[in-house]
Design a binder for this molecule. Structure first.
Ligand code: SF4
Ligand code: SF4
Length: 380
């Protein structure tokens, strides 16, 4: 890299400049004030955005007339009970089940994978699907990778499926695809959502153009955002401007990573291995085209085929406490503090609902950082 390029790169790294942040907050307040109703409500669909918003206390400096809510953006929260039940069932039948750590305590209808492990079931926490494959290479036991997450992690699963696999390895796919869930939320008859912040890293794969039909169909602008506080503030300014100007278009505010078409190689791998299918998202709804299931070509690595698991049941409330309002939170109708169990019966160390389990879950994040911190003396 030559001299001028280094200087440009360093300029790009100034993501936490307080002066720029203050300027953006003032612009945001001015723009919100130009809209004839309050609150202006926008939704982001990414646990990492919620973490950044909460961790850096952004809600404390957002104008009062702007409500930034989190939608179905955590893959752990929306993994449905019957999917957890399938993994629990396989572990109980003697298979080794490997999965990401956040999935361990997610409640199934009656038990979690952590319960199975405590009872002597062989459940392994892995950091990547490749680790699950390594585990299968070290044993002759059946190893099932309980694959969760959105298109970001599904691409990694697809790459592994397309490679050389040991014969005792299979995939139980609970992967989900975000755009149809955004469609569903945008189409709710009583929705308050006027625009979306789209997750930058998912858009790295899918590209920003993918959101154009959604924006046009629902008259809701979409702005692709990065994850630094300044990325989020700048994206919110642009999004609110689009709401004010009634421009249902897509704007890419993460151009250092996201292109119009996305990562075509990753998309090719994803769609070679997976196809879209309708599926239940926990607490939300049946999302048409919301699940990523293995194509029939990969039946030999599909745990559902291999172990003869029946067709997935449409999930319901199961044994979850009826007071749990995770579903309402994930479609933007409620906040964690509206739940009577928040911070009392439901705690990170003893979660009642899925939103309190995952580090990307709204209830867990709000419990950790506070949802609407009041930073006395913060400049408006
Ligand atoms: S999987 Fe990626 S895009 Fe989805 S919520 Fe998590 S961090 Fe955001
Ligand atoms: S606080 Fe717990 S019980 Fe209430 S909505 Fe959140 S996860 Fe569900």
């Amino acid at each position: 890299m030559n001299g001028p390029d280094v200087a440009a790169a360093v300029r790009q790294l100034k993501f936490r400049d307080p002066t720029r942040a203050e300027r953006l907050v003032r612009t945001l307040a001015r723009t919100v004030a130009q809209i004839d109703h309050a609150p202006v409500t926008v939704m982001h669909v990414c646990g990492s955005h919620e973490q950044a918003i909460a961790k850096f206390g952004l809600r404390a400096v957002l104008p009062k007339g702007l409500d930034v809510i989190m939608g179905p953006g955590c893959p752990v929260c929306i993994t449905d009970m019957p999917e957890v039940d399938e993994a629990v069932d396989l572990a109980a039948r003697g298979a080794r089940v490997a999965t990401y750590g956040d999935m361990m305590r997610v409640p199934g209808t009656t038990r979690s994978l952590a319960d199975v492990q405590a009872d002597g079931g062989r459940v392994h926490v892995v950091y990547s699907v490749a680790q699950a494959v390594d585990l299968a290479r070290q044993t002759t036991d059946e190893v099932v990778f309980f694959a969760t997450g959105f298109e970001t992690t599904a691409v990694a699963t697809a790459a592994v499926v397309l490679g050389e696999l040991p014969p005792n390895f299979s995939v139980l796919s609970a992967h989900k695809y975000v755009p149809p869930a955004m469609e569903l939320v945008a189409a709710l008859p009583d929705t308050r959502i006027e625009g979306f912040l789209a997750a930058g890293h998912a858009a790295i794969i899918t590209g920003w153009k993918l959101f154009e039909p959604l924006a046009a169909r629902h008259s809701a602008p979409v702005v692709v955002a990065g994850f630094e506080p300044l990325d989020i503030l700048a994206a919110l300014v642009r999004l609110v401007e689009l709401v004010r100007d009634r421009q249902p278009v897509v704007v890419n505010m993460y151009p250092r990573c996201v292109s119009a078409e996305g990562n075509l190689n990753a998309q090719q791998q994803l769609w070679k291995v997976f196809r879209l299918a309708g599926g239940q998202w926990r607490g939300i709804a049946w999302v048409p085209d919301g699940n990523l299931e293995l194509r029939p070509d990969w039946a030999h690595v599909d745990a559902r085929v291999r172990f003869g698991l029946g067709a997935r049941r449409a999930g319901g409330a199961g044994e979850a406490a009826t007071e749990c309002i995770c579903g309402e939170i994930m479609i933007g109708r409620a906040s964690p503090t509206d739940c009577s169990l928040f911070g009392t019966t439901c705690l990170p160390e003893a979660p009642v609902g899925a939103c309190m389990v995952s580090s990307e879950g709204t209830c867990r994040i709000w419990h950790q950082y506070g949802g609407h911190p009041n930073l006395a003396g913060t400049a408006r």
